[in-house]
Design a protein around this ligand. Sequence first.
Ligand SMILES: Cc1ncc(COP(=O)(O)O)c(C=O)c1O
Length: 391
Amino acid sequence: MPNSQFDQRTAELISSLTESGQLKPFYDITSPMRPIVNIAGKGEVLVLCANNYLGLADHPEVVEAGIQGLRDYGAGTASVRFICGTLDCHRRLEEKIASFVGTPSSLSYVSCWNANEALFPTLVGPDDAVLSDALNHASIIDGMRLMAKSVNKKIFPHSDLAQLESLLQETQNHPTRWVITDGVFSMEGDVAQLPEIVALCRQYDAMLVVDDSHGVGVLGKGGRGTHEHFDLFGQIDVMTGTLGKALGGAAGGYIAASESAIRVLEQRARPSLFSNALPATVAYSAHKAMEVIENDPSIVARLHSNVAAFRTGLADLGFDCTPSPTAIIPIMIGDEAEAIRKSARLFELGVLAIGFAFPVVPRGEARIRVQVSAALTDDHVQQAMDAFAQL
Ligand SMILES: Cc1ncc(COP(=O)(O)O)c(C=O)c1O
């Protein structure tokens, strides 16, 4: 039975977003994700907003591996892991992830969102305390909402180490304290101050969790992530990350941690117990993506040089880009409608760079988020700069 109040409410929201210029456009892409894609009704555009940091989404070896996964195991497991959904390619993938990010073990999920929802309610004890950076990703925030009500949850201002230390002091009576931070902050493009955070966690005997979804494949000479960038490889207790960005771009996520943490997650985490396993095609393609990076780290170097070219080029054009080694460059606009208008203008100029507005970022902090890829050639970089110069 249709519900007229509900219909009215949804129609009002959509029309108010339309009238205020805040309605997000959805473009239909009719080609694989790569620097130049075809958009239905528009034609070719240069993509500057995919998480395809290493250009592996259409890499021939990654695509071929996915096809092989489909041939070897069919469309999917038709089961969760503990019933009959664990394939040997899951185990191989998980060994690869653990060695790639530097932990003893790992467990895959159908997304990093799922991984973050698995982690907190399962590993955090009811009397523990969790200290979380204010700008952590939405999946961390939602994952924390699933913890026992008795957990002492504290949010510290973004990258404020003095506040973090005082919270560590305040929570000394809890059996385990957890500090959780993004490695690379997805909306700001800045990097967590890991050396200081690791030191604080050691000093106060706290567990450190780093979500490195935008760091893995991107930071460090070998693309292993934020900890490699800071020479802290192997020193993070728990890492979560996605396979849906630099590592092939399909989907999937992981928790990488100690053997015992992973065993507990296998036994107790609700997304592990009640949701299907990662499709084999994704397990194969993500595995291959890590092999491609290991065999040819020059793609990571190419990403780093493209990032430097973008940051310098945009700064020379007068855009305010804070220095950072990451591939995320937010161009702050402020007003929601203005950010969407500017993004539409870039689109007219043949560049896809989406405007981010509420609720993705706080009200009044709308921005265009530029994301750099190793797959961009010098000509693409020039094309981008020409468009931004016109903007
Ligand atoms: C920091 C962070 N964590 C988790 C996720 C979720 O990743 P997935 O797409 O695999 O669910 C994202 C995706 O945007 C992210 O930026």
